[in-house]
Design a protein around this ligand. Structure first.
Ligand SMILES: Cc1ncc(COP(=O)(O)O)c(C=O)c1O
Length: 412
């Protein structure tokens, strides 16, 4: 028996659909079912050899073994600033406008501590990435969920946010290309978001892990750039950055990671770029919590950002091939899911009788077939009725997963 009293803020963190799915996977495995795990967006591709080499060399350099203070991260901040400028044509000050993170999840989850007083609202996408909500709960804030509907291209409608909520809101979080819906946002939408947040004194947060995981030209978003002089001659990105809609960096902060473009999820390295005051506030929170990532990992990340980019292209081509194989197989069994233009996910509307019970669908699916997917409800109320598949296996295994699902759907 214990009399330890836990903080109320822990309560909303206790219901976690993904932990439940983990248990369902373990049970299926124990029952001898051969698992095909499409439930986690963790790339199965390896980090590149020149990145591993940079880290390996650092390990043998004892000067990398101690705590790393902010000044020691300068080389990494410069690499990130240059990478950003090359890609989006906007200058970034590595001293005041870049912050290294222990993964972008760490940064997005810590930022609400710098912005919210207890009871303040954060405006979040629903469905959305779970750590966005987790960070708000940790800061004792309140969440206003902006529902994403298919008929709106999975973009939120700002006019629907009630005035009393807005009056008590301090921040909005966007993330496109979007996990889990795989939707992309045009620059005009970001311009609308910037104007709205400026009008209502909100910090605008853009979580941007899938900046590179885009499969084809996604329209002429570049045409709308606010300042024609900032037009990029040879844009290296197929999707816009929030700072292109806010080039003065008046209210915006953007989060990047090496987890997706460079297959470095386990290394835990990301960075924030944007408004210097927001960067400084997040830096203050982090200074109370951590001592920066290990210098060797930063050296690996510098090698990734400044070295040959062929590996990024390979990763994109690999996920595109898997997307095509999986979608073709789904269409073959009569499941008409739209083809996403970005991310490593397929967001599929569930057929009846599952159309309002994604958790039961995923639990039964893994139990009966070994195919593990993520229930839409795990990403928020508006995710109900959908399931997310992560394309983290070879096409042949993805096709096997669809064959097993066909039998499951027929027998249920
Ligand atoms: C929207 C979003 N943000 C953050 C992350 C986590 O990124 P990191 O590995 O940099 O913490 C993910 C990973 O899937 C994601 O989809």
């Amino acid at each position: 028996m214990t009399n330890i009293q836990f903080a109320k803020r822990l309560q909303p963190l206790q219901s976690n659909v993904f932990a439940d799915m983990d248990r369902a996977k373990a049970l299926a495995l124990a029952a001898g079912v051969q698992l095909i795990d499409l439930s986690l967006g963790s790339s199965d591709l390896p980090a590149e050899a020149h990145v591993i080499e940079a880290i390996a060399q650092s390990l043998h350099d004892r000067t990398t073994h101690g705590y790393l203070l902010f000044n020691g991260t300068q080389g990494f901040r410069e690499a990130a600033a240059n990478w950003y400028e090359q890609k989006f044509g906007i200058k970034v000050d590595p001293q005041t406008e870049v912050l290294p993170l222990i993964g972008s999840q760490e940064g997005t989850a810590h930022l609400p501590l710098a912005l919210l007083n207890p009871g303040d609202f954060a405006l979040l996408l629903d469905p959305g990435y779970p750590s966005h909500a987790g960070g708000v709960y940790l800061a004792s804030g309140q969440i206003y969920s902006m529902p994403l509907r298919e008929e709106n291209g999975f973009l939120p409608v700002f006019a629907d946010i009630p005035a009393p909520v807005l009056a008590q809101s301090r921040m909005m979080v966007l993330s496109y290309p979007h996990n889990p819906t795989a939707a992309i946002a045009p620059l005009s939408f970001f311009q609308e978001a910037v104007a709205f947040c400026q009008q209502h004194n909100l910090a605008l947060v853009h979580d941007f892990p899938y900046v590179d995981l885009v499969f084809e030209q996604t329209g002429d978003w570049e045409k709308n750039l606010p300042n024609p002089k900032s037009k990029i001659q040879n844009p290296k990105s197929l999707v816009p950055s929030i700072l292109q809609a806010d080039p003065q960096k008046s209210i915006s902060i953007e989060f990047f990671t090496l987890s997706k473009s460079y297959n470095m999820g386990g290394f835990r390295i990301g960075y924030a770029i944007g408004n210097a005051q927001l960067i400084n506030a997040l830096r203050q929170v982090k200074a109370a919590v951590d001592f920066n990532q290990y210098r060797g990992i930063l050296n690996g990340a510098i090698a990734a950002l400044t070295g040959p980019q062929a590996g990024v292209k390979t990763a994109v081509a690999t996920f595109q091939q898997r997307r095509d194989a999986f979608i073709t197989a789904l269409h073959r069994i009569g499941w008409n899911v739209p083809t996403p233009q970005a991310t490593m996910y397929i967001w599929a509307k569930l057929p009846s009788p599952w159309s309002q019970n994604s958790i039961e669908f995923c639990t039964q699916l893994v139990k009966q077939t070994g195919v593990a997917a993520s229930p839409g409800a795990g990403f928020g109320k508006s995710g109900e009725g959908y399931v997310r598949f992560a394309l983290v296996h070879e096409p042949s295994l993805l096709e096997t997963a669809v064959e097993r699902m066909a039998k499951f759907l027929n027998s249920n």
